[in-house]
Design a protein around this ligand. Structure first.
Ligand SMILES: NC(=O)c1ccc[n+]([C@@H]2O[C@H](COP(=O)([O-])OP(=O)(O)OC[C@H]3O[C@@H](n4cnc5c(N)ncnc54)[C@H](OP(=O)(O)O)[C@@H]3O)[C@@H](O)[C@H]2O)c1
Length: 216
């Protein structure tokens, strides 16, 4: 399974304002490349807060014969509304990952919806990825938000990070792209190598690999 993280951040690493507004931090050039990445992965994954705040369509746009990946929503409490935009798109399915206590909804019979019930309230990444493989998914583009990025990084199952940096600064009130990792000592930081850089005028794209996976 290939796991890539995609982040669109300010120079100071923020992905949204304090009120949760994130559209648009990066430039049209960067966003075009994001659609290329979506096309190249079999699935896109987001957390419930991103779903509720942004209501994204999560499809591939602006790419000739672009394929829209399967959408995966990590929604432990089952708060995704029936009207969510990602459910409107019939061309690709949505995998709804809910906690064990979430009751069945009458709209769950939608033909493009697959429910995955995790053993706990929130799905562990180490549990989720084998479940996705069983459903035929071999590559996932994780598109946030901060808490979901932190869970993936903690799992040590991330292969690649695509960090789009816009040359602007939001300040301390903004939301950082990675949530809490519980790191107290510098010796425990997660370490990466920059394997590629690209100027996407005016943004900068950094492609990073975790040091321990450089030989993969
Ligand atoms: N600029 C960007 O690149 C970008 C991209 C995406 C999002 N954003 C912004 O980021 C903000 C949302 O980020 P966020 O950190 O607050 O929330 P988030 O990461 O989108 O969602 C977190 C929620 O997902 C659910 N969840 C289920 N399983 C989980 C797991 N294993 N690990 C972590 N979460 C899990 C939890 O809620 P339940 O208890 O409901 O399950 C959790 O509170 C929004 O403002 C959005 O606009 C920016």
């Amino acid at each position: 399974m290939l796991v890539s993280l995609k982040i669109a951040a300010t120079l100071d690493g923020k992905i949204a304002t304090s009120s949760g507004v994130s559209k648009w931090i990066t430039s049209p050039n960067s966003r075009r490349l994001v659609h290329r990445l979506r096309h190249e992965h079999q699935a896109i994954l987001i957390g419930s807060e991103t779903l509720l705040k942004d209501n994204p369509s999560l499809n591939t746009r602006g790419i000739q014969q672009g394929i829209s990946p399967t959408k995966i929503i990590m929604d432990g409490r089952g708060r995704m509304p029936r009207q969510a935009k990602c459910l409107r798109n019939d061309e690709s399915k949505t995998i709804w990952v809910v906690g064990r206590n979430v009751p069945k909804q009458d709209w769950e019979t939608l033909s493009n919806l697959v429910r995955l019930t995790s053993p706990g309230v929130h799905a562990e990444i180490s549990w989720l990825l084998p479940q996705l493989e069983k459903l035929g998914i071999q590559s996932v583009l994780v598109e946030g938000g901060a808490k979901v990025h932190a869970s993936f990084l903690k799992s040590k199952l991330v292969d690649k990070i695509y960090l789009f940096l816009a040359p602007r600064i939001l300040g301390d009130e903004g939301l950082s792209w990675c949530g809490a990792l519980g790191i107290e000592k510098l010796i425990d930081t997660l370490n990466f190598k920059i394997v590629k850089t690209e100027i996407l005028d005016p943004d900068l794209l950094l492609e990073l690999k975790p040091i321990e996976r450089l030989n993969d």
